[in-house]
Design a protein around this ligand. Structure first.
Ligand SMILES: Cc1cc2nc3c(=O)[nH]c(=O)nc-3n(C[C@H](O)[C@H](O)[C@H](O)COP(=O)(O)OP(=O)(O)OC[C@H]3O[C@@H](n4cnc5c(N)ncnc54)[C@H](O)[C@@H]3O)c2cc1C
Length: 529
């Protein structure tokens, strides 16, 4: 959706939201519902940020950033009445299948227990208790995602109460589970998963979910935390949370924009903010690149923290300690995206029709993942990359001309700044991915009619996310919850009066979840932070 609708005035507004990514749109809806006058200004000529559908080859459309919806809470979708605004699913409860070059594929999840049992009866027996245990942890942790983090070291009763609630929630797990959660939460995914299971394909698939979108290998400390963060978000969705919006992720964003407009907000695309304006010591609005100034009492930025503070605001309005913290934020992405236009449906070895429409993982063991990560440490793309592959046209044929298909793959790990430079690295990285795919789907190369390879540097350019990072900044202990993105801006409010963060930079980070946007609106409306 690219129109400015309804026609925006020049203000003044109560609130201007910078960026019409999904979080900006969710935030705008809740503010408008609360009676605030709201304008959303988006640099791109369409809404959605990294949740967008666009054509990458004539007649072939794809979700150009995020391609699977699995973290937006059902209750949020319902509260925003997205179905009334045209949102629908092409498919729900998508299966996950782990691929290996030298063994049959392994379906992952409860539906794959029989297949797992044939490979390892021990793992089949351990799988359900493991899933249930992590599921209990995820449920206990979910309310943290859906609330404003407390501040450290204050005398406020609100903050104290939040800490008490957190402690109490963990306590409700009971002694055994509580100890186990505290034991594993700081661990790495490699150790946890290899303690529990012996089947490399299963280990690789579980490890993949811990590292997807991060700058970590499975042996990195904190990867159980990233896994639990993902599971916590998914616990508010459905038992099999992976879904594909009809029309791609852009259709979800279009529905979110309609919900915002229905609530009374205005949305302007093609309106890049050049500067957040300050008078005295508080925000008074924004200046667009076109030179237009728009007034507002409050600005909420869904651009990432580095962009917001260092580029749009300017360091002279911030103290040096805060600037240093923002400058040191780790936000170099390692996830790239490959889109292929295919003249026929691909045949992945051993993959049946149902699995082909789901999520195919090429991460056949934890060591494979770790080795794939190793290359990126030295500024090189993985020679054997780990891939999350989807064929969106299986469930949504309208995304391509009749009989044609689209393949969408997330590629771990492609460095943001390769030591050889992108001129030399791009063809090498693409070749590594195509060779890996060909190994699992012989003949696939011959069916490719067009391709697009988006490196983290391309993602940064296209979506305006610093480092092209999935989470707008690493999701790690030092950039998590009460200190996300940095102390001083971790409750959505920032050191500058009237300026808030409302995108994935803030808690609980990235993924198409909508909670950072909703929490930011709550923080403003409660005046709590
Ligand atoms: C390759 C890749 C694959 C992914 N796959 C998945 C997936 O399958 N499932 C999933 O759940 N998540 C996925 N993610 C993560 C997810 O896409 C992001 O975490 C999420 O889109 C962040 O949403 P946001 O609204 O906070 O920010 P964004 O989507 O980044 O939106 C921010 C918006 O702000 C705008 N903006 C920035 N600067 C300005 C300015 N100066 N003026 C005006 N506007 C501005 C941008 O144009 C953009 O529209 C993926 C991410 C990547 C990079």
């Amino acid at each position: 959706m690219s129109a400015s609708s309804p026609p925006a005035t020049r203000g003044p507004f109560d609130c201007i939201v910078v960026g019409a990514g999904h979080n900006g749109l969710v935030c705008a809806t809740y503010l408008a519902r609360a009676g605030r006058t709201v304008l959303v200004v988006e640099a791109a000529d369409r809404v959605g940020g990294a949740a967008v559908t666009r054509e990458f080859a004539p007649g072939h459309r794809v979700s150009a950033g995020a391609h699977l919806l699995h973290q937006m809470p059902e209750a949020l979708l319902a509260d925003l009445r997205l179905a009334e605004h045209g949102f629908d699913y092409a498919a729900r409860a998508l299966p996950t299948t782990a691929l290996a070059a030298d063994r049959p594929p392994l379906p992952i999840g409860l539906g794959g227990l029989a297949a797992l049992g044939a490979v390892s009866p021990r793992d089949a027996a351990a799988f359900v208790p493991f899933q249930e245990r992590l599921g209990r942890f995820a449920k206990v942790l979910y309310p943290l995602l859906d609330s404003i983090p407390p501040r450290l070291g204050t005398d406020s009763w609100g903050d104290r109460l939040a800490f008490l609630k957190l402690g109490w929630r963990i306590r409700t797990l009971g002694r055994r589970d509580m100890r186990e959660l505290l034991r594993i939460i700081g661990m790495n995914a490699y150790d946890l998963i290899s303690d529990e299971f012996e089947t490399p394909l299963l280990q690789g698939a579980l490890g993949f979910d811990a590292i997807l979108g991060t700058n970590f290998g499975p042996r990195a400390p904190g990867t159980v935390l990233t896994l639990l963060n993902r599971l916590a978000a998914e616990s508010a969705v459905a038992p099999q949370p992976l879904s594909q919006p009809k029309g791609g992720m852009g259709a979800l964003s279009d529905a979110l924009a309609k919900a915002a407009i229905a609530a009374g907000a205005s949305v302007r695309t093609g309106a890049r903010v050049a500067r957040i304006r300050i008078e005295g010591d508080r925000v008074v609005g924004v200046a667009l690149e076109s030179g237009e100034a728009i007034d507002a009492r409050v600005v909420l930025s869904s651009a990432d923290a580095k962009t917001t503070f260092l580029k749009l605001l300017g360091t002279r309005h911030l103290d040096t300690g805060f600037v240093r913290r923002v400058d040191h934020l780790r936000s170099k992405g390692l996830a790239a995206k490959l889109h292929l236009a295919l003249d026929r449906a691909p045949v992945f070895r051993g993959v049946d029709a149902r699995a082909l429409g789901g999520r195919l993982l090429i991460a056949p063991s934890l060591d494979y993942l770790e080795r794939a990560w190793n290359c990126s440490k030295y500024g090189e793309s993985s020679t054997t990359p780990a891939l999350e592959v989807t064929l969106p046209t299986v469930h949504d044929p309208a995304l391509a001309p009749s009989g044609r298909h689209v393949l969408s793959a997330i590629v771990q790990y492609v460095p943001y700044a390769p030591k050889a430079g992108w001129g030399a690295e791009r063809p090498r990285a693409l070749e590594n991915v195509l060779a890996t795919l060909e190994e699992h789907a012989p003949g696939l190369r011959a069916s490719v009619t067009a391709s697009e390879f988006l490196t983290p540097a391309d993602l940064e350019r296209e979506f305006g996310m610093s480092g092209g990072h999935w989470h707008h900044g690493e999701l790690a202990f030092d950039q998590f919850y009460m200190v996300r993105p940095v102390p001083g801006a971790a409750q959505y409010r920032t050191p500058v009066a009237g300026l808030y963060l409302c995108g994935a930079s803030g808690h609980p980070g990235g993924g198409v979840m909508g909670l950072a946007g909703r929490n930011a609106a709550r923080a403003l409306l409660r005046g709590a932070a």
